[in-house]
Design a protein around this ligand. Structure first.
Ligand SMILES: Cc1cc2nc3c(=O)[nH]c(=O)nc-3n(C[C@H](O)[C@H](O)[C@H](O)COP(=O)(O)OP(=O)(O)OC[C@H]3O[C@@H](n4cnc5c(N)ncnc54)[C@H](O)[C@@H]3O)c2cc1C
Length: 372
């Protein structure tokens, strides 16, 4: 089944590429990462072509939950444990900058994507997680983050987070990029690429830089450490009662839900209960996960019928951080967001743009595609 977001979403018609082209940058993939990168480059005057095999935002970018969160999937204390405090803090700051870029692009280009910035809840699944959530909030507040604890519900409320309609956002940003001169070719599959060119079945694009924004599908074009992992969601018809004030991330980001402005309740996750099954490419659903989403809806007293059930393919990295930058093969990479791409994409686009234009960016080391 198609996602709630893709169902009936308007598409700006665009032609497949049918003639050779020379540009400063060729972007492969028209999800949020590809469009954000194209947008960032075009704002600095680069000539850019986006090559997308299907329609824009038909991959994970059109199948997610639409949360725009600061930080990574896990809480800050857990991130410090995994990455070291200095690196984790820099990653969190990068995602905070991403959120600012999101908001300013939406405002500047009047992107109609139901954006709401009412914050997000981070909800503990057990005692150990609650201790970490509370300590994370205390430490992040010391870094100036607007966060408060609601101990009775064992959650932290991060006031600056937001939620969007992800397909309207990507397609709206694409329109803005196009207005800046970006050429967007949908229905255009890249069959092979190297540092200075991308080949489609009918054309060659010569480019100063080729950027792979193909996330979970990268392995079909080039050797990669990005692994495809499936996530599933379901959404109900609208209900009048407000069940949730803001999007919620629970059980270390493995379970999540939100209620749309129109009243639909959306719930996803539970991948941890079927780790071996939720792998590979394939946007279908499974009874095993969907029955758990149904049970959760019933437990909240949400009786409206489920209108949409869908899956999406995420690209996981080896250490939970994305690969953003120039790789040893001479190709730029921007992917492996490990289920958190909206938390990074706008800032990731800026990073790739800076590297292509100037060869440097202060956070390039954090996301080096060839890191150990
Ligand atoms: C169920 C689910 C829930 C999620 N929830 C959230 C959330 O709430 N917040 C959040 O931040 N993240 C979330 N994510 C993750 C987020 O959706 C992804 O990290 C993000 O969309 C990745 O964007 P992308 O542009 O890198 O990849 P994609 O959106 O997958 O785009 C890659 C594009 O490349 C194209 N492509 C591939 N190969 C070729 C080729 N050879 N030639 C041309 N084009 C090609 C594909 O068609 C595709 O459009 C979720 C993901 C899923 C699946």
């Amino acid at each position: 089944m198609t996602s709630l977001w893709l169902d009936g979403a308007p598409v700006t018609p665009r032609a497949p590429l049918d003639a050779d082209l020379t540009v400063d940058a060729a972007i492969v993939g028209g999800g949020i990462a590809g469009i954000a990168t194209a947008y960032a480059l075009a704002r600095e005057g680069a000539s850019v072509a986006v090559l997308e095999r299907g329609e824009l935002a038909e991959g994970a970018s059109g199948r997610n939950a639409g949360f725009v969160l600061g930080g990574v999937a896990e809480n800050y204390v857990a991130a410090c444990r995994a990455l070291g405090a200095d690196r984790a803090t820099r990653v969190f700051r990068f995602t905070f900058a991403n959120r600012v870029l999101f908001r300013s692009a939406i405002r500047m280009h009047k992107i109609d994507c139901d954006a709401a910035w009412n914050g997000s809840d981070q909800l503990a699944g057990d005692d150990a997680e609650w201790r970490e959530i509370a300590e994370s909030a205390r430490q992040l507040a010391g870094h100036g983050v607007r966060v408060r604890l609601e101990a009775a519900e064992r959650k932290a409320v991060y006031d600056e987070d937001g939620e969007i309609h992800p397909v309207h956002f990507v397609r709206g940003l694409a329109d803005a990029a196009e207005a800046l001169g970006v050429r967007i070719h949908t229905g255009t599959t890249v069959v092979s690429c190297g540092p200075a060119e991308a080949l489609t079945p009918s054309a060659t694009v010569r480019a100063g830089a080729v950027v792979l924004c193909t996330n979970a599908y990268t392995r079909h074009l080039a050797p990669t450490r990005v692994r495809p992992v499936r996530g599933q969601i379901c959404a109900t018809a609208p209900i009048a009662r407000r069940v949730f004030a803001r999007p919620t991330y629970a059980h270390r980001g493995l379970r999540y839900w939100r209620q749309l402005p129109a009243g639909n309740v959306l719930v996803g996750g539970w991948r941890d209960t079927a780790v071996d099954e939720e792998v590979g490419e394939g946007d279908g659903t499974s009874d095993r996960i969907q029955t758990q989403l149904d049970a959760w809806l019933a437990a909240q007293g949400v009786e409206a019928p489920v209108t949409h059930r869908w899956g999406g393919t995420m690209g996981f990295s080896h250490d939970g951080l994305p690969y953003i930058g120039k790789a040893a093969d001479g190709i730029y990479r921007c992917g492996g967001f490990t289920g958190h791409g909206q938390g990074y994409a706008m800032a990731a686009g800026e990073l790739v743009s800076a590297l292509i234009r100037t060869g440097q960016h202060p956070d390039a080391d954090l996301f080096d595609p060839d890191r150990a």
